[in-house]
Design a protein. Structure first.
Length: 266
């Protein structure tokens, strides 16, 4: 969801031309706007399905300033069990990114908004994040962390027994030289309960993704898995796993899966 600044100008040099025909290059615009729209067979957030293993529609946009500051929004369709009656997640982001000696440092605050959640459900919460990225040859490595302080949304009833949550992760990605094929891997660790992890406080998630990019369209296939135990309850309201419109089985939300996606960049 976070995008780098893109250089936007070029200068044509005319050898031995007279000053009357010389033109200066236009300065790069101070702001850059980018966006994406995607369709995926399942929306997995840190290994947990947010759509009951069904199709998700997603879109986002970023406006970045040449100073390194940026603002983004990103949204996805979700299923009701994430937060009762909520059918969409919207992420609002304010951040800052800067490259120093080849290392890209990125940090900010992300706010999770579930505007259509049922009245009385405390669903929205915020999460500061930070990461560092470095590219060596064709390989890029990234380490990051996100911490959500104790908030009403990270609890069973939305009021009492508030929890915090720490998520740390590492990623490796590469593009096969001379081809539009990319490969990436992700390993994450979550400590602390959230709305969908009431039965198990700590867990790992991981995924491996292959991608193919044609012009501004990227096709992806991912294998996603977690180390959740089958005996753990996962849903916000225990017992709703048998109700119409909710996950038919809590373990289905975290079991191994292969998902496909197509993303349009603009």
């Amino acid at each position: 969801m976070r995008n780098s600044l893109i250089a936007a100008s070029a200068l044509s040099l005319v050898v031995l031309a007279t000053p009357a025909f010389a033109q200066d290059a236009e300065p790069a615009a101070p702001f850059t706007i980018t966006g994406t729209a995607a369709l995926t067979t399942d929306y997995r957030f840190r290994g947990i399905s947010q759509t009951n293993e069904k199709l998700a529609v997603q879109a986002g946009a970023t406006i970045a300033h040449e100073s390194g500051f940026y603002a983004s929004f990103w949204g996805s369709s979700i299923d009701d069990y994430v937060y009762l009656d909520a059918d969409a997640e919207v992420d609002l982001i304010l951040g800052y990114s800067k490259t120093v000696d080849g290392f890209t440092l990125d940090g900010g605050v992300l706010y999770y908004l579930y505007a259509s959640a049922a009245p009385g459900i405390r669903s929205d919460f915020f999460e500061p994040y930070a990461s560092v990225k470095y590219t060596y040859g064709p390989v890029t490595g990234k380490l990051g962390a996100a911490y959500a302080p104790k908030q009403n949304a990270l609890s069973l009833d939305g009021y009492a027994s508030r929890e915090d949550n720490l998520y740390v992760y590492g990623e490796l990605s590469t593009t096969i030289p001379g081809t539009p094929i990319g490969i990436s891997g992700h390993l994450g660790y979550s400590h602390g309960r959230s709305a969908l992890t009431l039965g198990q406080k700590d867990y790992f998630d991981w995924n491996i993704t292959g991608s193919y990019t044609y012009k501004n369209v990227t096709f992806g296939v991912s294998y996603v898995d977690t180390d959740f135990k089958k005996s753990s309850p996962y849903l916000f309201f225990p017992g709703l796993d048998t109700a119409p419109g909710y996950a038919k089985n809590g373990y289905d939300l975290v079991d191994p899966t292969i998902l496909g996606s197509v993303t349009f960049a603009f």
